[in-house]
Design a protein. Structure first.
Length: 275
């Protein structure tokens, strides 16, 4: 009898995670482009007055950046969250969705459909802003984008005209790591241009451009029609995948897309329900 009980316990205690324990969903804050894209792609929504709205369970812990999301999941054995594919590191584990692992290759071959654009938005233009964006979207920057784990949309070549000035870029914490790399590379080619990056979230980034606080806004989601009506212009900087992440000790390696939806709606609350 004792051996039987020990065997049953061992089957539940896979990888150090007690599968009967509650799932702790971790979400990004309202205004986050990553949250907006995740909610839309996975259908974590409800209809209110003929409009789909975010229905993330109120039991989810809210984090305000990609870094905090990763740290929270890394430190909580039964947690689940989501981040930019390009931000993945060894502190957490990305799970496959419906048997397909999140990777640039699988996004390109259309087998992993959980992806979204990284957008940059502008309003008032000047030669320095135009030049930086031309570089960021150029073949010369393609290697930087791809090395960082994203899909490049580069088409044209870039040649520096040695401009001088300052640019303020604000917005998404998911886009920021890529933008930092582009900034560093651009400033080496154009040492008389200073670029300041202010990390926040996608909605703040867009609003900063609308209000004239920033020159370029970063958004890790599609730009809304209501935002475009405020006089901004948007263009895709790169394509990024969304990765669903769990603690490294969690034995779960694959989840159904529908199960992820139910977890973040609060309909699935225990890991044993997705075994």
């Amino acid at each position: 009898m004792k051996k039987c009980l020990l065997g049953l316990l061992a089957s539940c205690m896979l990888g150090g995670v007690l599968m009967a324990q509650d799932i702790f969903p971790i979400s990004r804050e309202m205004g986050s482009g990553t949250r907006g894209a995740f909610v839309e792609i996975f259908g974590i929504q409800k209809e209110v007055r003929n409009k789909k709205v975010d229905a993330t369970t109120q039991k989810a812990e809210v984090t305000n950046s990609t870094g905090v999301m990763m740290t929270t999941v890394a430190n909580s054995a039964n947690s689940i969250g989501y981040i930019s594919l390009g931000s993945l590191n060894e502190t957490i584990k990305a799970v496959s969705i419906d048997g397909v692992s999140p990777s640039v290759q699988n996004i390109n071959n259309k087998t992993y459909g959980i992806s979204r654009p990284f957008n940059v938005v502008t309003k008032a233009m000047n030669p320095v802003i135009e030049d930086f964006l031309k570089y960021a979207l150029s073949k010369e920057a393609k290697g930087i984008v791809e090395k960082a784990g994203y899909i490049s949309v580069a088409k044209d070549s870039y040649a520096s005209t040695k401009l001088s000035g300052k640019i303020i870029i604000a917005g998404s914490s998911s886009v920021t790591p890529l933008m930092e790399k582009l900034k560093e590379s651009y400033e080496k080619i154009n040492p008389n241009v200073e670029i300041e990056i202010q990390q926040s979230d996608s909605t703040t980034g867009v609003n900063s451009v609308v209000e004239g606080i920033a020159d370029i806004g970063m958004a890790s989601r599609e730009i809304k029609e209501s935002e475009l009506k405020k006089g901004i212009n948007a263009q895709v900087l790169a394509i990024d995948g969304l990765a669903v992440i769990v603690n490294k000790e969690n034995p779960i390696n694959n989840l159904k897309k529908e199960d992820v939806r139910k977890i973040f709606l609060g309909e699935i609350t225990s890991w044993e329900q997705v075994k």
